[in-house]
Each structure stands twice: as structure tokens, then as C-alpha cells.
Ligand binder design. Structure first.
Ligand SMILES: Nc1ncnc2c1ncn2[C@@H]1O[C@H](COP(=O)(O)OP(=O)(O)OP(=O)(O)O)[C@@H](O)[C@H]1O
Ligand SMILES: [Mg+2]
Length: 271
């Protein structure tokens, strides 16, 4: 991961990437947007390709919290997302190709952060995909999901936000159709959370959107792949932990409805 550091009138801008011309263009874009005060997620044309530009302004308590965390070695969310997606890409998982990430610091205090990654064409979220029960490739997609999630967990990587809205399903895909998004909060080992937490996020709406057979086939395939990767699990005890993690997640969502992203509260149990 290359690093570019620039002194700007708004502070020190650090850009991470792997192509210097792209990193320079990213620095220019991020600074211009910062001056305009624009934040959020947008699909734009950048360096000759279609990309998603994700940026946020850090303010108040969150700014103070991230300044402290960063001082102790933590990566800001968009920089972590760049790093984690690169880590996954290097291990042949599908993620949107990360092109550049960056952070703007004023006297060491983060002001703004951003990530630019390539657009994934012809894809819908797994959330949308699952809502249509009659989808022709449903079984194949769930099978790939079980295998790729198991391979990720066998490597010790925890996604930490493995909700179906953070996975894309491509219309066609060789060799894989699933693309993992938004993996900023977890990462390679060591991690505080484990595989059961990821599976709890994945199964959050399994009470209404998966059949009991789909859940048990997923778990069997997941366990099979964990064993094939040399990291076997006891499916029964992992599922007990998943149920526990899911109940805690549902309890948290009840207290913080904004995290439900407009969806209704899932049922207490599934399968
Ligand atoms: N590289 C990409 N290619 C195609 N679609 C994308 C890409 N990045 C983001 N999207 C679309 O934008 C949505 C939100 O992206 P992302 O999950 O990265 O942002 P977010 O703001 O962190 O979302 P949330 O916090 O609600 O999970 C995705 O569900 C997807 O539909
Ligand atoms: Mg997301």
C-alpha cells in the first residue's frame, strides 16, 4: 500500500493507494469536496472509470474519539475499509476494487476521510436478491455464500457488518457472483468479534427470508468448507453461539432503530 502525504491549507492530507496518478487525482478530488463541504456516498466518474466515492466529515465526539483511537494505532473507517478490501482481494475474495483512501488531519485530529472504489456493474444487494424467493439462482448463490463466508472465517477474517445489504450478487460471475462490501469494522485477526457474530448479521432476517432447509443447508456447507480449509468447527455449538449473538443484535436494534435501516425488527428466533 503506497502512501502520499500533502501539506494543504486545510491540514495534512494522507492518501493510501497503489497507483500514484490515481492517488494524486484522489487527493485533488477529496480536497475540493472537503472545501465544498460535501459528504456521503456517490457514484461518479473518476480517473476514467465509474467509482463509488464514500466520504465523511468527522465532528464533535466522533472526531475526538477517532483522534484518540488513531493515536493508538487504529485506522479510520474508510482507511480500514480500503485496507480490508485489499486484504480480501489479495486472497481472491470479490470486493469492489479499492482505488484510494485518505484522511485529512489538522494538528493530528481527523477532519475528513474518504474511500474511492470501482463500481460493480450488473449487481443487486443480497438483501434484494433474498426478498425474491423465486430467484432461479437462489440455491447456487446461498451455496457460494456459505463457502466464501467459511473460507473468510477460516482465514480468521471477521467482516463485522455481514448484513445482506453489504453483499452484492452479480447477474453473472466467473468464478464468483458474490461481492463483499463495507468491511470496515472488522478485518484480519486478531478481532474482538468472531464468526458467530458475522453469521448472526447474515441471518438477521432469516426468520422471514430463509426457509429452515436453506438455513440447515447453509450451515452444513459452511461446516464442510471450514473443514476443507483446515479450520473445522462443531456446527451445533457454532449455531448456538449464532443464536446468542443474533438475540443480542435484535435487542440492540430495538434500542437503536436507526440501525435497522428502515426495516422492521426481526423475530426473536429463526429456523
Ligand atoms: N462499488 C460498488 N459497486 C456497486 N454498488 C455499490 C458499490 N459501493 C456501494 N454500492 C451501493 O451502495 C450501497 C451502500 O454502500 P456501502 O454499504 O458501502 O455504504 P454504507 O453507507 O456504509 O451503507 P450502510 O451503512 O447502510 O451499510 C450498497 O448497498 C450498494 O447498493
Ligand atoms: Mg453498507
Amino acid at each position: 500500500m503506497a502512501r502520499l502525504e500533502l501539506a494543504t491549507p486545510n491540514g495534512r492530507l494522507i492518501v493510501y493507494g497503489w497507483q500514484s496518478d490515481v492517488m494524486n487525482a484522489a487527493a485533488e478530488l477529496a480536497l475540493a469536496e472537503h472545501v465544498r463541504g460535501v459528504a456521503g456516498l456517490d457514484r461518479i466518474e473518476f480517473a476514467g472509470r465509474s467509482v463509488w466515492f464514500k466520504r465523511s466529515v468527522l465532528r464533535g465526539k466522533s472526531r475526538a474519539r477517532w483522534a484518540l483511537k488513531r493515536a493508538f494505532g487504529a485506522k479510520l473507517p474508510r482507511v480500514a475499509e480500503y485496507y480490508n478490501h485489499s486484504w480480501l482481494t489479495e486472497r481472491l475474495f470479490e470486493t469492489p476494487l479499492p482505488l484510494a483512501a485518505g484522511e485529512l488531519l489538522a494538528r493530528g485530529v481527523p477532519q475528513m476521510e474518504f474511500l474511492i472504489s470501482a463500481h460493480v456493474p450488473d449487481a443487486i444487494t443480497l438483501e434484494t436478491f433474498l426478498a425474491d424467493r423465486r430467484h432461479a439462482h437462489r440455491a447456487a448463490v446461498l451455496d457460494e455464500l456459505a463457502r466464501e463466508t467459511a473460507r473468510m472465517h477460516a482465514l480468521g477474517f471477521v467482516h463485522h457488518d455481514l448484513y445482506p445489504r453489504n453483499i452484492l450478487v452479480r447477474e453473472t460471475g466467473t468464478p464468483r457472483r458474490l461481492v463483499f462490501l463495507d468491511a470496515w469494522a472488522g478485518g484480519p485477526p486478531p478481532q474482538l468479534r468472531g464468526a458467530p457474530y458475522d453469521l448472526a448479521c447474515l441471518f438477521l432476517h432469516a426468520d422471514t427470508e430463509w426457509t429452515g432447509i436453506e438455513v440447515s443447508e447453509f450451515v452444513a456447507r459452511y461446516a464442510e468448507e471450514r473443514a476443507a480449509q483446515g479450520r473445522p468447527i462443531d456446527a451445533q455449538s457454532v449455531m448456538n453461539s449464532v443464536r446468542g449473538a443474533r438475540s443480542r443484535l435484535v435487542a440492540r436494534l430495538r434500542k437503536r432503530p436507526a440501525e435497522q435501516r428502515g426495516r422492521s425488527l426481526p423475530g426473536a428466533d429463526f429456523e
